[in-house]
Write a new protein. Sequence first.
Length: 411
Amino acid sequence: MISREALSKIPKTDLHVHLDGSVRLSTLIELAREYKVKLPSFTEDGLRETVFKDKYENLVDYLQGFNYTVAAMQSEVALERVAYELAIDNQLEGVRYVEVRFAPQLHVHSHLSMEHVLKSVNRGLERAKSEFNSRPPVLQGEEPPFEYSIIVCALRFFVPGLSEYYDQMLRVHRFSAPKTVFSLASQEMAQAAVRIKREHGIPIMGFDLAGAEAGYPAGDHVNAFDHAHKHFMMKTVHAGEAYGPESIFQAITDLHADRVGHGMFLMDTSMIFDEAIDDREQYVQELAQYIADRRITLEVCLTSNMQTNPRLETISDHPFALMQEAMLSCTFCTDNRTVSNTTVTEELELAVNELHLSPVDLKRVVIYGFKRSFFPGTYLEKRRYVRRIIDYYELLQEQYPELRGGTLGDE
């Protein structure tokens, strides 16, 4: 049995964590009071009871909390604070690399430009990084430093009232089909990300597509991902969270996805809806093989998947075992620390205790997180960083015998 202490000490990543889903409840309450945002409750216990619950009916129920967090994050001060605190919370549990994702277009309005939104979030993350890396153990090389990057999200669809920015898009293009407007918004997000990264030196390393999959196919956003792809930006796509293998196929082919967010239904033939696919078993096997061959990493979010998919009655029902069997590259993530009420350490604890992840597999999955990250440096810098992480992990294996077991293959 691997102890909670050992799991909290090992260097970890979180490659799939939403900024607006990871706001400290105490901070949300303060910001809501300051910016006159109406909450169902102004106590942490009350919010846990009414909004940020342990169990949800479905994905729609799960997403309700974002209405409150986003509304409270409409200023530079709020964005910087939430980003800073998220980085600190990660550092406190041993996370050494985090990729913070969010949809900047949800925060852009007449008094807050896209540039200011991204600069604010970066300021908070950079401040937390600077403070952590100025500690003697890091400066003296005894511990690896904390690093981060930013992933910007486009949305598969949006409705009136979601944000001032999206309302303006719908108004200006009121004679266009909705999916055309959704496509234009994602293209604008991709172009903004590329330009702001270059002009302001912000580590915007990835481009993502989020939102409900059913009825809003990834193919509608090909132009945005082509732009990101041609400007050497890494891509990750929410797929296989509430839809099936076809959604994942579209993400990795049409959108050039380097990673897949969730991918939970990758191996589920019952979630295939294309009648042209005759042999469903062969389809998922070939899809899994394609993903495995190219080391396209799945960002697995155990707690979140349990909360948004009623079909998962217990954690043992999660298809992670099938992913392992297929030798897929996986890493454990929180998705939303506040909405799912979890941490990276708790996700690893679930995997170890409930899915019987061995010490060898634990180390492999943890190191995958660093290897498959969208690291904001050169390839050689990334290699050196990963080497420091592995050295530190092996040092901890000497201190915690339960972390030992076998060797890590070169994958």
